[in-house]
Design a protein around this ligand. Sequence first.
Ligand SMILES: Nc1ncnc2c1ncn2[C@@H]1O[C@H](COP(=O)(O)OP(=O)(O)O)[C@@H](O)[C@H]1O
Ligand SMILES: [Mg+2]
Length: 315
Amino acid sequence: MEDWAVRAEGLEKRYGEKRALDGFDLAVRPGTVHGLLGPNGAGKTTAVRVLATLRRFDGGRAEVAGVDVARDPRRVRALIGLTGQYAAVDEILTGRQNLEMFGRLFHLGGRRARSRAAELLERFGLSEAADTGVEGYSGGMRRRLDLAASMILAPRVLFLDEPTTGLDPRGRGEVWDAVRALVAAGTTVLLTTQYLEEADKLAARVTVIDRGRAIADDTPEALKNRVGGDRIEVVAADAADLPRVAKTVARVCLGEPHLDDTGRRVHAPVADRVTALTEVARTLQDEGVPVEDIGLRRPSLDDVFLRLTGQGVAA
Ligand SMILES: Nc1ncnc2c1ncn2[C@@H]1O[C@H](COP(=O)(O)OP(=O)(O)O)[C@@H](O)[C@H]1O
Ligand SMILES: [Mg+2]
């Protein structure tokens, strides 16, 4: 039998009448990033809190690194790290002081705390800013410092609950690099996200969660293949042109074009990518409709979610 870094079978967690986890299954391979992908309210944080022993659960089974979560929560706690959506670092202190303080909280002793702090500052690309106050850090730097803090004890399994929510694209990229570095150093990461692109970029495998249940578990690539086919995507320069763009796309695509909530983007599945692209580009040019961007793309996990649940992620 395979040894799993995290394993859950039929997990149940109720808050009164609300079933936050409703027979949730999960299996995370050691040494990988596993994505837990789902919209707001799907049960991601509840799953993480239960697995990290911060909440009791009402039914089912869970193990972390082979240790039973219900029977042996203390041993589980010694094996894991947890980072929440919001950084827990102290604004007044410098990055280095923060990490040394965490080290002492974990009884490392002064010298070990100092060397561990220096090591982590280096690993997370914070050496240069190590001795500046955290109040001057960017969002991405804070999140990386938070990651570093959760790594003080080099946990076997790290739970990251929406580590990039609220960050700009640059900060997000910085956190992604940090997560990759963690996994390269041997940590298993369970990462929750609402960002499809994030799961696709980071995770070897993705569990899609909806209403407290896993509704899919696969590689990002295989999930995308389930939806199948290429899509054409057109971004109108002017929102007022959207109906005309949609009409043009409708002529070449399979099914109905989808309009994005940005108000300027239309996308739709196509059978023959080159013909579709050429046709749409020419028609829009002939009609004098200005286009900001036009291209072909592989299906995203967003499309997968639409396919699996019949609802968009924002629903
Ligand atoms: N402490 C709580 N009391 C009551 N309901 C809760 C509590 N925590 C979460 N819930 C509910 O459980 C469901 C799952 O929430 P959560 O795990 O936070 O989802 P996610 O992290 O995916 O956004 C939601 O419907 C939420 O409202
Ligand atoms: Mg959450």
